[in-house]
Design a protein around this ligand. Structure first.
Ligand SMILES: Nc1ncnc2c1ncn2[C@@H]1O[C@H](COP(=O)(O)OP(=O)(O)OP(=O)(O)O)[C@@H](O)[C@H]1O
Ligand SMILES: [Mg+2]
Length: 262
């Protein structure tokens, strides 16, 4: 059973010579409870695929076509008033740029409380705070009370990323989109965040779209994956198959470059 089915998604930007096809006829499906990888070099269209699913394409970009089924609903057809309650609750995303996702003028606590209140108004003040503290603990933040009262600039990159993961989990999403969740971090912290994600995946009934340019990370985290190149999916299948017997020449060169580094 699919939780998400993307069919012929097209996201275009105006360009001097017509249109630039950042996402060019992309199709894939994610099964319930699965971690699905989207891998490709910088600029291949991974982030824009995710932003398109959430209907957050920055103008003048636009979704030029395609369907995105979340359950039985085509998300592209929902009115914004029906879409807004899904975004950040049933479908949540950890954005690629943690610094832009957290607001520098509010404390972590204020931002996490706000994220809960946006979707669960009826919870009440104490329960909302308890929920936030529970999730800070859940992502193994050492000193949750201090982090709660801190501003983003007072925290390390790894702690900020834990906060972002907590924020994405607060409203119990069915689908979590992780866009390069470890790329901005140094190697040891990267490994710690991947361990945390492993633990969360093992415990929660989550379906995940895991985006990375790093084949090693994708291979570790994902059962199935799609390889993106210049806006298109050039190869898709089980991680095992693609690692052992890649068919597409671009996939082969990507894998060779990873193996050369290893
Ligand atoms: N706001 C924008 N205006 C114009 N072009 C854009 C915009 N955002 C992205 N693009 C272009 O669309 C293409 C796909 O971008 P996208 O951010 O989806 O790539 P990506 O695969 O996520 O890359 P990275 O690994 O660097 O994050 C790129 O060529 C990028 O330059
Ligand atoms: Mg990106």
């Amino acid at each position: 059973m699919n939780i998400l089915r993307v069919e012929n998604l097209k996201t275009y930007f105006p360009a001097p010579d017509g249109v630039f096809k950042a996402v060019d006829d992309v199709s894939f499906a994610i099964n319930k409870g699965e971690v699905f990888g989207l891998v490709g070099e910088s600029g291949s269209g991974k982030t824009l695929t995710a932003l398109s699913i959430l209907r957050l394409v920055p103008p003048p970009g636009r979704i030029a076509g395609g369907k995105v089924f979340f359950g039985l609903n085509d998300l592209m057809k929902l009115g914004e008033e029906h879409f807004r309650p899904l975004r950040g609750s049933k479908i949540s995303m950890v954005f690629q740029e943690p610094s832009t996702a957290l607001n520098p003028v509010f404390t972590i606590g204020e931002q996490l409380l706000e994220a809960v209140i946006a979707h669960q108004q009826s919870l009440g003040r104490h329960k909302t705070r308890d929920l936030v503290m529970h999730y800070l603990d859940r992502v193994h933040i050492q000193d949750p009370a201090r982090v709660f009262g801190s501003y983003p600039h007072q925290l390390s990159g790894g702690t900020k990323q834990r906060v972002m993961i907590a924020m994405a989990l607060l409203n119990m999403p069915e689908l979590l989109i992780l866009d390069e969740p470890t790329t901005a971090l140094d190697v040891t912290i990267q490994a710690q965040i991947l361990d945390l994600l492993d633990e969360i995946i093992a415990k929660e009934m989550l379906s995940i779209l895991f985006i990375s340019h790093d084949f090693g990370v994708i291979g570790r985290m994902c059962e199935r994956l799609a390889v993106m190149y210049k806006g298109r999916i050039v190869e898709a299948g089980s991680a095992k198959e693609i690692f052992s017997d890649p068919k597409n020449s671009y996939t082969i060169s990507l894998l060779e470059s990873v193996r050369a580094l290893a």
